[in-house]
Ligand binder design. Structure first.
Ligand code: ADP
Ligand code: MG
Length: 259
């Protein structure tokens, strides 16, 4: 199963990706997190690694040489990619949790992120999974990735929706775009919810737009405090709440339990 976590900037995509990956890992799945947000700099840290993976973009020589290097031999040229083939400097691993990064914009005037969109799309398309492997994509904010076709080989989309209505509108747009390319599993998870009243209102707004809500993560001061150190809590309310989200996703997607 390949699931992408989408939504507005700052809605909590990387937080949800990390909580989800940790929970799926605890259930015995091998989880590959794909960092497809060129503006994320601390995801490796949130996932418990002490350095970032070398971006896959470097396999093709960085953005400048992308076109020439795509013609040379490397894992990205294979018709199918399995996680075991990815060179270790590009695939960080700890206890069944894996992380790859597509690329980062580190300097100003480096150009737009379009080549990274192409690489994300091709990589995700070729990536072939075992039954016990789960891919969680930390997608760039907003909806441009749909325009670049990054989501074409994704089977499920989880939209992170936080209280302002703007976030619901982005969720609706994502739902329309994902449905438009044939993705049947599009769900929303509420995040940073301050009260039951707000949860009920957000849920009603989303359901009115035919978007199924698979869970709710309340506003949690532990998440915010941990984020000041670049970390995600390993216990507490959000860690409990994500269990329900993972239950819903796995059962709706019909994902087999790891043997
Ligand atoms: N449920 C939550 N409660 C409190 N703070 C949260 C919650 N979810 C995310 N945050 C905080 O919101 C900020 C943005 O989260 P992040 O996951 O980086 O968003 P994104 O990846 O969508 O840009 C971070 O400071 C994070 O700690
Ligand atoms: Mg992020």
């Amino acid at each position: 199963m390949k699931i992408s976590v989408c939504g507005k900037g700052g809605s909590g995509k990387s937080t949800i990706v990390t909580l989800l990956a940790n929970e799926a890992r605890a259930r015995g799945y091998h989880v590959l997190v794909v960092d497809s947000d060129e503006s994320n700099s601390g995801l490796f840290h949130m996932l418990g690694f002490d350095h970032p993976p070398v971006p896959l973009m470097e396999l093709v020589g960085g953005k400048k040489d992308l076109k020439q290097k795509m013609a040379q031999t490397n894992v990205l040229r294979e018709a199918r990619i399995v996680t075991a083939q990815i060179p270790e400097e590009h695939l960080l691993q700890r206890d069944g949790l894996m992380l790859v990064s597509i690329g980062k914009i580190l300097q100003s005037l480096e150009g737009c992120a379009c080549p990274m969109g192409v690489l994300s799309r091709e990589f995700l398309k070729k990536l072939t999974l075992r039954d016990d492997e789960l891919v969680v994509v930390d997608m760039e904010a907003g909806v441009e990735h749909f325009g670049r076709g990054v989501d074409t080989s994704i089977d499920s989309v989880l939209v992170v929706v936080e209280p302002p209505l703007e976030s619901v509108n982005v969720g609706q747009k994502i739902h329309e775009l994902a449905s438009g390319i044939g993705i049947k599993n599009v769900w929303a998870v509420l995040n940073k919810v301050p009260s039951e009243e707000i949860a009920t209102r957000l849920k009603a707004e989303l359901e009115r737009r035919h978007i199924e809500v698979v869970g709710c993560i309340h506003s949690d001061v532990n998440i915010f405090n941990s984020s000041m150190e670049g970390k995600i809590p390993v216990s507490g309310a959000a860690v409990w709440e994500i269990k329900g989200v993972v239950d819903s996703i796995l059962s709706r997607a019909g994902m087999p339990t790891p043997g």
